[in-house]
Each structure stands twice: as structure tokens, then as C-alpha cells.
Design a protein around this ligand. Structure first.
Ligand SMILES: [Zn+2]
Length: 256
């Protein structure tokens, strides 16, 4: 008898002959149907950052008579407000993705570590044999795509309201590339699709196949994903192997 646990449901594997073994990672997957395929909690890293800010602050001003005023000041500081806004966005999108995940039985992951980087993956979906990486952003305004002509080249740029958001696209590209490298290190080449999701999308352009530098731009209604799931409904059952490998490569963040 082999003492092994399924890397998806953690149950002890009784019959090793019916389990799948992935030698690169030395992991097993049991042969039961996995229904609970939501992993992690949206906004976990951001919550930890907020807690840490508060803790650092408390230890710094513990004996200070003005501690209360400082606390009030800090809770309303721009830094804290931005973190809270970010958390709100991640939780909102995360909950919507969970709902979609439960309905269509696709695998949904939240707040994953990204080895080789300080960044994290906000949300990741496994649909069939594809990996969808979603970076959620709390920005409000109308989404615009403008084609700027630079010399002879036309460059597509993302605008939210009147502000160009080149940095957000670059960040999503960076996360996608590091994730891809992590898979490739083990000779794995899944189809990876990168998304930038705005939780306060006020229409503007039609939320369809909007792409900037291969990053798909979507809004809080997740219309693109809903359409995709409907269109590909025969092929959305997530690959167990890909779920197990994702859990191994990008561990779910837990509270320290
Ligand atoms: Zn299992």
C-alpha cells in the first residue's frame, strides 16, 4: 500500500492503480469526481497587507498619547484607502468568478503565489485545457481603446476615462509571462489567456473581444467569460492534471 494523498482533494488514495501519477511533481490525483474546485480566498494578500500596516502602526505608536489620532489618520490615509479599494475589487470579482465556477464546474483559484516574482495572481481559472489568468483592478470610468500612431506604427492603448493605462497592461503581461515561464520550466505548454478585469466598468467600448497587447480587457459582468463558456460548453471540463499542477506551481496564499 502506498501512502499518498490526492493533490486536489487531499483524500488518501486507497487504490493506487486507479490514480493518476504525475512524475515531474511526484503527485497523485484520485479517480473521484472533484466537485469542490474553488481554491483560496479572493483578496487574501491584500488583507494581509492591510493587517500588517495596522500592526506596524500599532507597535510604532503603542505608547504615544496621540495614538488614536494617528490611527484615525492612518485608516484614512491614501495608502490605506488604496489597499482597501483594491481588496474590495478583488473580493467582488472573486465572488463573481466563484459563482461562474460553481455553475459551470470550472476550476477557480484566488490569490496565488507567483514564484520568481513579488507579484501574485489575483484569480486563475482552468477551463478545459486552458489557463485564464485574471488581474483585477479597482478603477472606475469608461473604457476606451485608442490607436495612437507613432511614426509609422499604430499602437493600441487602453484608456480609463481620460487616463492612459499602459502600466496596468504591462503588469498583466508581466504576470502572464512569469506564469508561462513557470509552466515551461517543467516542459508544460498550456494555452494561457491573460485578462485585465475592471470591477467598475462603465461601458464605453463594447465589452467583447477587446485586446491590448494580447491582454483581454473585461469588466465586472464577466460577459466575455460567460460567452466563452456558452460557446465552448463541450470542452470546459477542467483538466485534473492541470488543476493539480497549478496548485503545485502556484501555491494558494494562506494567512501568516
Ligand atoms: Zn481527489
Amino acid at each position: 500500500m502506498v501512502n499518498a494523498n490526492c493533490s486536489i482533494c487531499n483524500q488518501n488514495i486507497l487504490n493506487i492503480n486507479s490514480a493518476i501519477f504525475i512524475p515531474q511533481f511526484k503527485i497523485y490525483i484520485c479517480n473521484t469526481e472533484h466537485n469542490n474546485i474553488i481554491f483560496g480566498k479572493p483578496g487574501r494578500s491584500v488583507s494581509d497587507k492591510i493587517d500588517k500596516l495596522r500592526r506596524d502602526h500599532r507597535s510604532k505608536y503603542k505608547l504615544h498619547i496621540l495614538s488614536l489620532i494617528y490611527t484615525l489618520f492612518q485608516e484614512n490615509s491614501l495608502e490605506m484607502k488604496n489597499w482597501k479599494k483594491g481588496k474590495y475589487g478583488e473580493v467582488l470579482i472573486g465572488n463573481k468568478l466563484n459563482k461562474l465556477g460553481l455553475k459551470h464546474k470550472i476550476a477557480v483559484f484566488h490569490d496565488l503565489s507567483l514564484p520568481g516574482s513579488n507579484a501574485n495572481i489575483d484569480h486563475l481559472l482552468i477551463i478545459g485545457n486552458s489557463v485564464f489568468i485574471v488581474d483585477s483592478k479597482n478603477y472606475s470610468g469608461k473604457v476606451k481603446i485608442l490607436n495612437n500612431k507613432k511614426n509609422t506604427q499604430v499602437q493600441t492603448q487602453l484608456y480609463i476615462g481620460n487616463n492612459e493605462q499602459k502600466r496596468l497592461v504591462e503588469q498583466a503581461l508581466y504576470i502572464g509571462n512569469i506564469a508561462k515561464m513557470n509552466f515551461e520550466r517543467f516542459g508544460l505548454y498550456p494555452n494561457i489567456i491573460n485578462f485585465l478585469c475592471f470591477n467598475n466598468w462603465k461601458e464605453g467600448v463594447f465589452e467583447g473581444n477587446i485586446e491590448v497587447n494580447n491582454i483581454k480587457i473585461i469588466g465586472q459582468n464577466l460577459k466575455y467569460l460567460k460567452r466563452y463558456l456558452k460557446k465552448n460548453k463541450e470542452n470546459i471540463k477542467p483538466s485534473n492534471k492541470l488543476i493539480a499542477i497549478t496548485l503545485k506551481l502556484f501555491p494558494v496564499k494562506t494567512k501568516f
